[in-house]
Design a protein. Structure first.
Length: 195
């Protein structure tokens, strides 16, 4: 029986030797990171599920065809596959999720807020950008819960199931994330008042 003590390289080797359970461990180990990465780009749960499954189908085919040569770099390799599938998805649908200017602001978000003047829209875009940066500074477990709850609209029950923790743990991570974000806001004197 395989345990989670084995590293990715060892699990890939076991899988290539015919042990299907090894791939299940790899999938369980990395599914949250890959799923969240896809979701943050497409912002649609159904599309994320489709692309997530497509990514791991491609991983399986590549492994079985003997074309995997990323020794010791399994997760970055899977993330690159997922990222490329997202890009392909947007090309097929003739749209990209965000167009950013040189200072990394979402240009279309500034335009697409009817009823507000340009200055108000710019303030709101800056606030959204500041919040994303705050979330990026959180520890991974807290960041994951904030993204699932805020951007994906998941209930704490769904978050607990997705992350394999109790509901109380998911609630606690959200609580600590908010505490940490407040500390960062105070430390960096960030103002998050919308126009």
């Amino acid at each position: 029986m395989l345990t989670k003590v084995l590293n990715d390289t060892e699990l890939v080797r076991h899988y290539l030797e015919g042990n299907e359970h090894a791939f299940e461990i790899l999938l369980q180990r990395h599914k949250r990171k890959v799923w969240s990465h896809i979701y943050l780009m497409v912002r649609d749960r159904e599309t994320t599920e489709d692309l997530f499954q497509e990514a791991f189908i491609k991983v399986v085919h590549t492994l079985k065809e003997g074309k995997y040569n990323e020794e010791g770099k399994f997760l970055p390799w899977v993330m690159r596959i997922a990222h490329n599938l997202v890009i392909d998805h947007f090309r097929r649908n003739k749209k990209m999720p965000l167009v950013r200017s040189n200072d990394d602001h979402d240009v279309f978000a500034t335009i697409a807020q009817p009823g507000k003047n340009v200055e108000q829209r710019m303030v709101n875009v800056q606030i959204d950008d500041d919040v994303r940066k705050l979330i990026d500074h959180l520890p991974e477990e807290q960041r994951e819960v904030v993204i699932m709850r805020t951007y994906m609209g998941m209930s704490f029950k769904e978050i607990a199931e997705q992350t394999d923790v109790s509901i109380n743990t998911a609630l606690g991570r959200m609580r600590y994330a908010l505490i940490n974000m407040r500390k960062l806001i105070k430390k960096h004197d960030i103002h998050l008042e919308r126009a």
